[in-house]
Design a protein around this ligand. Structure first.
Ligand code: URP
Ligand code: ZN
Ligand code: ZN
Ligand code: ZN
Length: 510
């Protein structure tokens, strides 16, 4: 790890404060346009051809490359204390890996420890992350218990601390799990303060029962993890969360949708008019649950996360189709990494294997390879599902998630013709394992620009410890709450026909 450096105001980074990206194909969620991009002091100042720019500006030639909004990974867990240990990618190494892969903003989860309040958890995360992050970051807050103080603190976080999203867990019984009456209250509280509710959707009671039964039957290996929480255990919880959110008119974001049947529940709810978005993971798109049958224990345990990867090998393809056609909207990584000796905590009992995998570094490449390179998704949809949709849902748009005048200069210059092979030997992340080991991917981030600074330069990673900022996510994201208020304004009366009205008028007259 590099030594911490003091934050250098952007205007003092003279060699780097002006940048012209020429001849590239600018990709936004809605169109691809041949244009040049001029960046000054961390902001996109001009778009067009034959731009008049000051002398001394650095010029990057992006001919044959895509120039896209930097990725936004809305789901990471850096240095999370979880299942008796702590995830190994910290806010420095984790954000460095993010940037190396073309991601320029992450949103992590401040999850309170036992007995810690929401505000204390928030303060702890800020104190840890602010001085380490190499790119901008935001926070979601985990709600793992329910009482009037929690409700009060949610309102304070939303009002004063730039928080607009709260995650509840329907799984992890006896630690994080909340029950339906609590979900109703948390979702209603989110609605009251203009926030987005997020849910980890798995039926925690069923998992606990299945775990007992499997262990008693002598199934102790990593395969038991998936067997204890099969698809329908995920799909049932997704449906239940959608119904509860809909009943209290709260917008819902389902994190880590890992199975075809769960994705179908999100899609079906959206068709019924439920205001819900579904996030799937690089892990679910890039590998599958057949890994749990691997003869090497470490290999199988290395793939343990919740909800698990699915044994149906068509799952990655099916989820990619859902992303491409609008049934799912966002990709995250859920990066939560544990080394071999940490995974070994569950050597004799799969329920003790720390849950989590890598993805923050490879998410963009995996989505490109399995989506765009495979011919399932076009580059505009790639931008939507890796950046723009998250920016809109969490109210960062148009500051983030778009190449536009006035937006932050968070830009990735993507070479679709270059290839690389993913490996733990070469990755930036701290963890000693990579679930995408050996996967050859097309599409390499040749330059990554973070707030106007070239942090990947011809594939050379040059991040600065603590360069990133905490970015507030204001409540009432218009993209979300316009839909809620539209629903609320709908007339509730009964529409009667002309004929009926006429009949009553005649009766009155008679
Ligand atoms: O296995 C996982 N997903 N670990 C991180 C915690 C969570 O549930 O997101
Ligand atoms: Zn989760
Ligand atoms: Zn092995
Ligand atoms: Zn997670």
């Amino acid at each position: 790890m590099s030594t911490p450096v003091k934050k250098v105001p952007i205007h003092l980074q003279s060699a780097q404060n002006r940048l012209l990206i020429k001849n590239g194909k600018i990709v936004n969620e809605d169109e691809i346009v041949d244009n040049d991009v001029y960046v000054e002091d961390g902001v996109i100042k001009q778009l067009g051809r034959n731009l008049i720019i000051p002398g001394g500006t650095r010029v990057i030639d992006a001919r044959g490359k895509y120039v896209m909004p930097g990725g936004i990974d809305p789901h990471t867990h850096f240095e999370l204390e979880f299942m008796g240990t702590k995830s190994v990618d910290d806010f420095y190494q984790g954000t460095k890996a993010a940037v190396a892969g073309g991601t320029t903003m992450i949103i992590d989860f401040a999850i309170p420890k036992q007995g810690e309040s929401l505000l204390e958890a928030y303060d702890r995360y800020r104190a840890t992350a602010d001085e380490k992050v190499c790119c901008d970051y935001g926070l979601h807050i985990g709600v793992t218990s329910w009482n009037s103080k929690v409700k009060e603190e949610m309102a304070i976080l939303a009002r004063d601390h730039g928080i607009n999203s709260f995650k509840v867990f329907m799984a992890y019984k006896d630690t994080f799990m909340l029950r339906d009456p609590e979900l109703i209250e948390v979702f209603a509280a989110c609605k009251d303060i203009g926030a987005v509710a997020q849910v980890h959707a798995e039926n925690g009671d069923l998992i606990a029962e299945n775990t007992k039964r499997l262990l008693a039957a002598g199934v102790t290996g990593p395969e038991g993890h998936e067997m204890s929480r099969p698809e329908e255990v995920e799909a049932e919880a997704v449906n239940r969360a959608c119904v509860i959110a809909n009943q209290v008119n709260c917008p819902l974001y389902v994190v880590h949708v890992m199975s075809r049947s769960a994705a179908e529940e999100v899609e079906a709810a959206r068709r019924r008019g439920v205001i819900v978005w579904g996030e799937t993971l690089a892990a679910a798109l890039g590998t599958d649950g057949t890994q749990y049958a691997h003869s090497c224990w470490r290999h199988a345990a290395g793939h343990v996360l919740s909800p698990p990867l699915r044994p149906d090998p068509d799952t990655p393809y099916n989820l990619m189709i859902k992303l491409a056609t609008g049934g799912l909207q966002v990709t995250g990584s859920d990066n939560c990494t544990f080394n071999s000796e940490q995974k070994a905590l569950g050597k004799n009992d799969f329920s003790k294997i720390p849950n989590g995998v890598n993805g923050v570094e490879d998410r963009m490449s995996v989505v490109w390879e399995k989506g765009v390179q495979a011919g399932i998704m076009n580059p505009t949809r790639f931008v939507a599902v890796t950046s723009t949709n998250a920016a809109k849902i969490f109210n960062l748009y148009p500051r983030k998630g778009v190449i536009a005048v006035g937006s932050d200069a968070d830009i990735v210059i993507w070479d679709p013709n270059r290839k690389r092979t993913i490996s733990a030997e070469t990755h930036v992340q701290a963890v000693d394992f990579n679930i995408f080991e050996g996967l050859e991917v097309h599409g390499v981030p040749e330059y990554v620009i973070v707030n106007g600074r070239v942090c990947v330069d011809e594939c050379d990673v040059k991040v600065v410890h603590g360069y990133g900022r905490f970015v507030e996510t204001p409540v009432y994201p218009p993209y979300v709450y316009d839909l809620i208020s539209e629903r609320e304004q709908k007339p509730r009366g009964v529409a009667r026909t002309e004929v009926e009205l006429k009949r009553y008028a005649e009766e009155d007259a008679a």
